[in-house]
Design a protein around this ligand. Structure first.
Ligand code: PMP
Length: 425
């Protein structure tokens, strides 16, 4: 770790906390971050030349692994024509058409540059369309760092153990209610009082930012009914789950049709892309066809579009998700067995290629349950696995991502490492 340590010390002088996104820091697991030099397939290599099996996958985008040849080729071809124009290109239409083809609830889609932009814009659209201010979200769900959504949030906010953020005006935070995940009765009760003042309900249809928590079908389907009853815009935040838990996202798995969907991660093939889309009647309210303003200098960037198009093409191949399911299940089953054999209390919570090993007797159905996990044990496990060459998210409240580049040998090597580390706990 010599070189990584040196780089981290240098980074801390000019970059807050030495990182450009808090989840990359490893403070909560009592160590320093590895600086990464390069990736290839399922592997990443740190600045000291150490190789790891990577389950972060850039926090979700790399469903094809690092440097997938089709994605690299598409980026290089786009780059040859220039980086950015600030005028429309055919690539933007191609990616929009691909998304509309794959996700039936999306009739029109607007490209942005991050998941945060996608959710912020969807919230603005919902408010603009309904003329209401109120937002409902769920404890432990993370929807990016927009003011309205940084309330009882998951991901890095949960890792740092903070309730919200200074700098979010009280007035803005007050218009957001955060309810218990998987509790449809709480939503019904809330809406009896405030449903007619609520613009949107936004939810991670499979939560990934408190660790992976699957939705109860009656919860996720019940949200649709409540939204219909009160004229509320239902936003499924599929930034993490979109093109990940199934080609058509979590909405295709659970049979829920949202009014708006937010996307990110996989849709950009590893380049910065977010998107929001949905019903034509809503999307036409966006400028310039409508009055709700949203814009972006680099939105629809040609290289990012090309990477996204190439990625969506690869994941649309027959058998893609079946293979991913198989390796994800082998990993989950093996982890469960290894933990049990070592007498370590743990639950593996998984939907498709997203999974989290919770150090808890379980079950984990909401943020309160997730917070009961043994975080000291997680820290030891994280460090042990890193020493064994397995690169996991440095927080109990995050998802691990299996990619198509993970081989059977990678999964078995991971399980072997886990067996060893569990015994040391
Ligand atoms: N929504 C969800 C569900 C996410 O998981 C994330 C990022 N982890 C975001 C929104 C924000 O995306 P970004 O980090 O690209 O702004």
């Amino acid at each position: 770790m010599e070189k990584s340590k040196e780089l981290f010390a240098r980074a801390c002088k000019t970059i807050p906390g030495g990182v450009n996104s808090p989840v990359r820091a490893c403070g909560s697991v009592g160590t320093d971050p590895c600086f990464i030099a390069r990736g290839q397939g399922s592997a990443i290599f740190d600045a000291d030349g150490r190789q790891y099996i990577d389950y972060i996958g850039s926090w979700g985008p790399l469903i094809l692994g690092h440097r997938h040849p089709a994605v690299i080729k598409a980026i290089e071809a786009a780059l040859a024509n220039g980086c950015t124009f600030g005028a429309p290109t055919e690539l933007e239409i191609e990616l929009a058409e691909a998304v509309v083809d794959i996700v039936p609830s999306v009739e029109m889609v607007r490209m942005v540059n991050s998941g945060t932009e996608a959710t912020m814009s969807a919230i603005r659209l919902a408010r603009g369309a309904t003329g209401r201010d109120g937002i409902v979200k769920f404890d432990g769900c993370y929807h990016g760092h927009g003011d309205s959504l940084l309330v009882a949030a998951g991901s890095g906010v949960a890792t740092l153990g903070i309730p919200g953020s200074p700098g979010v005006p009280d007035k803005v935070a007050e218009s957001t209610a955060s309810l218990e995940y998987n509790n449809i009765e709480a939503v019904k009760e809330y809406c009896k009082k405030k449903g007619d003042r609520t613009a949107a309900i936004i939810v991670e249809p499979v939560a990934g930012n408190m660790g992976v928590v699957a939705p109860k079908p009656e919860f996720i389907q019940g949200l649709r009914e409540v939204c219909d009853q009160y004229g509320i815009v239902l936003i499924l935040d599929e930034v993490m789950t979109g093109f990940r838990v199934a080609l058509g996202g979590a909405q295709s798995l659970y049979g829920v049709t949202p009014d708006l969907t937010t996307m990110g991660k996989v849709i950009g093939g590893g380049l910065p892309v977010g998107a929001y889309g949905g019903k034509r009647s809503l999307m036409e309210k966006i400028a310039p066809s409508g009055p709700v303003y949203q814009a972006g200098t680099l939105s629809g960037n040609p290289m990012a579009m090309a990477a996204g198009i190439a990625a969506l093409k690869e994941i649309s191949a027959p058998g893609f998700y079946e293979a991913l399911e198989k390796s994800s299940q082998t990993l989950a089953d093996g982890l469960k067995k290894a933990a049990a054999d070592a007498g370590v209390e743990a639950v593996v919570s998984r939907v498709g290629s997203m999974q989290t090993l919770f150090f808890s007797a379980g079950p984990v159905e909401n943020f309160e349950d997730a917070k009961k996990c043994d975080l000291d044990r997680f820290s030891k496990f994280y460090q042990g696995m890193r020493d064994e060459g397995v690169f996991l998210p440095p927080s109990q409240f995050e998802a691990w991502f299996v990619s198509a580049a993970h081989t059977e040998a990678d999964i078995q090597a991971t399980l072997k490492a886990a067996e060893k580390v569990f015994k040391q706990l």
